[in-house]
Each structure stands twice: as structure tokens, then as C-alpha cells.
Design a protein around this ligand. Structure first.
Ligand code: ADP
Ligand code: MG
Length: 229
């Protein structure tokens, strides 16, 4: 079993943090945005300086899965002064909204360049077992439920058709100034996730919400893995 999964289980954490989830995915060869934990304001500044601006700061807590709901996500941070200030603001906001939460610190991430936002999810169906879901980010999934599903393991044909069959498919050709997405890169990502899920029955569900799709690749900017009891 994967080491991060193992140690989360020992700690009794069934939901991996974004940092842990991204680490696991990255080890499986799935592209994720560089993400590191800062336990102090000073650490956040030195991580940001090393990564290069702009950066994104997010609350990191095993008890907070919807980080935006607690004002825990700030994108487009361009200076070290801003990193210092936002670090304090994020921790204070999380404590105010969720006083009982165990807060590890703040994750410092490279700011991914704009792409088409997609969502890839895995859930387990009582009959079919692991199933992958694909959709476009934001309102397309939440409001329009414009998603497709395939049973794991996926064939390349499955990956191809599940992308093509969503109603918003044309939006992958680029909209609102974002570059067109490579369908092949998305297929590759779906196949890697299928393979990973197939090899890890201890994973109950997961999502890349969102990943950014580009003309030459796709990268997860947020990820969550939930383990079986
Ligand atoms: P939540 O826990 O609320 O889902 P996310 O980590 O998904 O928080 O962040 C919210 C939004 O911020 C994302 O949908 C994405 O548009 C943007 N975002 C998050 N991380 C990055 C990043 N590293 N680079 C660029 N944009 C990001
Ligand atoms: Mg998210």
C-alpha cells in the first residue's frame, strides 16, 4: 500500500488532505500543481519565494474539505508581503468559521495558468464497483449535471467517448480566453486515474475538482481522496 495512505489510516484519517491527495496522485504519474505545506508565516514566505510568483494559498486541515466555504483559498498572490498577510487572514478566517478544526497550516501552491476547468471523480457503485465521472468544472457539473460515467478499468475508447459525449464538449475547444484543451491529454489522465483506482481498492472515492486542461496537458489544482473504513 502507498505510504501516505498507510500513515493516514494509522492516524485514523479517512479523508486525505489536498496535500496528501496530490502527493499520492503525483506518485501515480498524474500531473498535479506543485503544493507544499507551510506551518508558519515564515515558511509560507520562503516556499513562495522558492516557487516563484504568482502563488495560491489555501487552508490545510483534515477537517475542512470545502476550503472556499471558509474563505480558505486565495489565488494570484504576487509578493512576499502579500503571502505574510494572506497566511494570517486564512488561518483567522478558518478559526472563526470552524473553531474546532485541527489546522495544519496553509498550503503554498504554484498558480496554474488558466485552462479549461474539468472535474474527474471516482465513486463506487454497489453493483459495478469503481466508476469514473468526467465533466466540465463549475456550473456545468453543479447546476447542469452535464457529466459522463464509465466503469473502471476504462479502455481508451471509453476515455475518448466519455469526454466527447458531454453536452458542453465544444467548450473544450477554448472559451473565455482559455486555450483549447487536448482531448488526448485528458484521455491519458482518465486512463492513469483508472489504472490507479484499479490498483487501490482501499480508495473509496476521489476527485480532481478541478483539473485544468491545456493544449498540451492537464493538471489537477485541487484533489481529494477518501479511504474505505
Ligand atoms: P475548494 O476546496 O473550495 O474546492 P479549490 O482548491 O478547488 O478549493 O480552489 C477553488 C478554485 O480556485 C478552483 O476551482 C480554481 O479555480 C482555483 N484554484 C485553486 N488552486 C489553484 C491553483 N493552484 N492555480 C490556479 N487556480 C487555482
Ligand atoms: Mg475544489
Amino acid at each position: 500500500m502507498n505510504q501516505i495512505i498507510e500513515s493516514a489510516r494509522i492516524k485514523g484519517n479517512l479523508i486525505l488532505t489536498e496535500i496528501e491527495s496530490k502527493q499520492v496522485l503525483s506518485e501515480a504519474g498524474i500531473s498535479v500543481v506543485e503544493t507544499k505545506l507551510a506551518e508558519s508565516e515564515r515558511a509560507a514566505v520562503s516556499l513562495a519565494e522558492a516557487m516563484g510568483y504568482p502563488v495560491v494559498l489555501k487552508i490545510s486541515s483534515p477537517d475542512i474539505t470545502h476550503k472556499s466555504d471558509v474563505n480558505g483559498v486565495r489565488v494570484g498572490i504576487k509578493t512576499k508581503e502579500e503571502v505574510s498577510q494572506v497566511f494570517g487572514e486564512i488561518i483567522a478566517a478558518a478559526k472563526a468559521k470552524f473553531p474546532q478544526a485541527n489546522i495544519e497550516g496553509v498550503s503554498v501552491q504554484r498558480m496554474a495558468r488558466p485552462g479549461v476547468e474539468v472535474i474527474i471523480g471516482m465513486t463506487k457503485d454497489p453493483q459495478f464497483g469503481p466508476v469514473l465521472m468526467f465533466g466540465l468544472g463549475g456550473i456545468f457539473v453543479e447546476l447542469l449535471k452535464d457529466v459522463s460515467f464509465r466503469i473502471v478499468p476504462l479502455t481508451r475508447y471509453d476515455a475518448h467517448t466519455m469526454i466527447k459525449e458531454i453536452r458542453g464538449y465544444a467548450l473544450l475547444n477554448g472559451f473565455r480566453g482559455s486555450e483549447p484543451a487536448s482531448i488526448e491529454a485528458l484521455e491519458e489522465m482518465l486512463l492513469k486515474i483508472s489504472d490507479f483506482v484499479d490498483k487501490h481498492p482501499e480508495i473509496k472515492e476521489m476527485d480532481l475538482n478541478p483539473a485544468f486542461a491545456y493544449k498540451d496537458g492537464a493538471t489537477a489544482v485541487d484533489a481529494r481522496i477518501v479511504l474505505e473504513k
